[in-house]
Design a protein around this ligand. Structure first.
Ligand code: HEM
Length: 501
């Protein structure tokens, strides 16, 4: 979130004499983080810009309070925390003092408008109240049994089956899972199938425009000087022109789908479609801009998160065959149940997914902005306007929270045995494990995401083994944008298992 843009570094490095002056004068050091007047900890940031999440995680976890203050150039300050008490303070106890804030809203407005992901106050409350109905048990059951299952059986599994016939075929499994999640979320949000997951791996116009818009908006967030993108936007040049074009395609597309849906609903006396769009329209919300905004927010929230979680999950399974064997045992026992019940009761798989997201959270860190001066529970002073992040990645790797074996992938830490010796899921405090955020703004799609992921895990593992096609000793790299990805994709070979015993 607070990475710096190259142009800023270059500008600052043009003034070495100034820097030397400040260098000579005074620097302060707190827990390995050396700061200088004017440039803050620019040098350390530069050194670590390719492992920004990992570096900030180390900084936060090495600070005794688990809350670090990072000084950036030009007097800018960021607060990052991995302290559950502080996280609770930000996300719940003092929720009203930590909105998304005007900076984030401004940066993402062109893409997200006033959608739920980008809005605070009454507007946010209203959208949340309306959307929450989409996540009741009936809708979730329908989602798994129709949307996910159709996409799984008609598209994902056939593509894997074809790939498994030749050992030479290497697939980018991350790309496949992203396409799968994108088709799913569009069906949920719009009732429309963009058909991205097809054997030809098509370049769907809507998906490509959406990807471009997200990528450029991410660069805005990571840039150090908002003025630069604002000037580019004013003159409609470079990446800002690209963003405008991409957002135009996304919004025109959304408007077309909305118009068609309105016409469809006018013809029908009762609601047949179960998508989010139909629900909004049939509940009397007709403002096109509002509907577009909310739908775009949902697509953004629901697409790359589940694919990121599954990508790292399959990697960890390969490294931990014992866990894969346990999951296979669970899958076999669930075969006779209905699809919904099957996934709902997959306790060991559920624990394995939680454990995988602990080490590789789909959202690495999330930032709020202090509305007023505040003192955090660990006595850190926060000034009005300071960005305050809770560092999800750092928390998953904290020895204090998970013990000495925190680096081990061990689903059993989420489980206990009941009187009959069966596994029972043991949830962790939401502020120690804020992978889905926590408090009033907790992720609306949490349950939906678990259902989808468990269905995919069961469907894929029952038939196939996913074998990474990476050289021995090569570890994939976790990189965080809006959501985290495996840098360069996840090359795999698919092997047919044969019928499992
Ligand atoms: C593994 C999958 C997922 C993870 C780890 C995840 C995580 C998160 C996180 C960390 C946030 C807070 C982000 C922020 O405020 O900027 C969030 C918010 C949200 N998520 Fe998810 N999410 C997942 C899947 C989904 C899915 C599938 C949907 C919808 C279909 C969804 C819908 C939302 C919505 C609507 C919000 C905004 C809630 C609000 O601000 O009131 N998420 N999610």
């Amino acid at each position: 979130m607070f990475d710096l843009q190259l142009s800023t570094y270059i500008l600052l490095l043009l003034f070495p004499s100034t820097l030397l002056f400040f260098f000579y004068f005074k620097s302060t050091e707190a827990y390995g983080l050396k700061s200088y007047p004017l440039i803050g900890c620019l040098f350390t940031v530069l050194e670590n810009r390719h492992r920004f999440v990992q570096w900030t995680a180390d900084v936060v976890n090495n600070t005794p309070t688990k809350t670090a203050i990072i000084h950036l150039p030009l007097g800018r300050v960021r607060v990052a925390t991995a302290n559950p008490t502080v996280v609770k303070h930000i996300l719940k106890t003092n929720f009203h003092n930590y909105p998304k804030g005007p900076h984030a809203k401004d940066t993402l407005f062109d893409l997200l408008g006033d959608g739920i992901i980008n809005i605070d106050g009454d507007g946010w409350k209203f959208q949340r109240q309306v959307s929450i109905h989409e996540f009741n048990t009936k809708s979730l059951r329908n989602f798994v049994e129709h949307v996910v299952d159709t996409e799984l059986n008609d598209h994902l599994l056939p593509i894997l089956a074809t790939s498994s016939t030749t050992k030479a075929t290497v697939l980018d499994f991350q790309d496949i899972l992203q396409r799968f999640a994108f088709d799913n979320i569009c069906k949920i949000a719009f009732g429309y199938d963009p058909a991205c997951l097809m054997p030809s791996m098509p370049n769907a116009i809507f998906a490509t425009a959406f990807d471009d818009a997200v990528m450029i908006s991410t660069k805005r967030i990571r840039g150090n000087l908002p003025l630069i993108w604002k000037i580019k936007r004013l003159f409609n040049i470079g990446s800002e022109k690209q963003l405008r074009d991409a957002v135009f395609v996304v919004r025109e597309f959304a408007k077309k789908v909305i118009k068609e849906k309105v016409a469809e609903l006018e013809k029908k006396s009762s609601l047949v479609s179960v998508d989010l769009l139909s629900r909004f329209l049939s509940s009397g919300y007709s403002d096109e801009r509002f509907i577009c905004d909310i739908i775009i927010s949902f697509i953004l929230a629901g697409r790359d998160t589940t694919s990121a979680a599954l990508t790292w999950f399959f990697w960890l399974l390969h490294k931990n065959p014992r866990v894969e064997t346990e999951i296979m045992k669970e899958i076999v026992t669930k075969q006779e149940s209905s699809v919904y019940d099957e996934v709902k009761d997959m306790v060991y798989t559920h624990a394995s997914l939680c454990e995988s997201m602990r080490l590789y959270p789909p959202v690495a860190m999330d930032v709020k902005e202090a509305a007023n001066d505040d003192i955090l529970p660990d006595n850190t002073f926060v000034k009005k306007g300071y960005p305050v992040s809770y560092h999800i990645y750092a928390m998953g790797r904290s020895e204090e929270l998970w013990g000495e074996d925190w680096a081990e992938f061990r689903p059993e830490r989420w489980l206990e045995r009941d009187g009959l010796g069966r596994w029972v899921f043991k949830a962790r405090d939401g502020y120690e494990y804020p992978v889905f955020q926590a408090g009033p703004r907790i992720c609306l799609g949490k349950e939906m995401a678990f259902l989808q992921m468990k269905r995919v895990v069961a469907g894929v593992l029952r038939r196939f083994k996913v074998v990474p096609a990476l050289d021995d000793g090569v570890e994939p790299v976790y990189v965080a944008y809006f959501t985290a990805v495996m840098d360069g994709g996840f090359p795999v070979r698919i092997e047919e298992r044969g019928w499992i015993e």
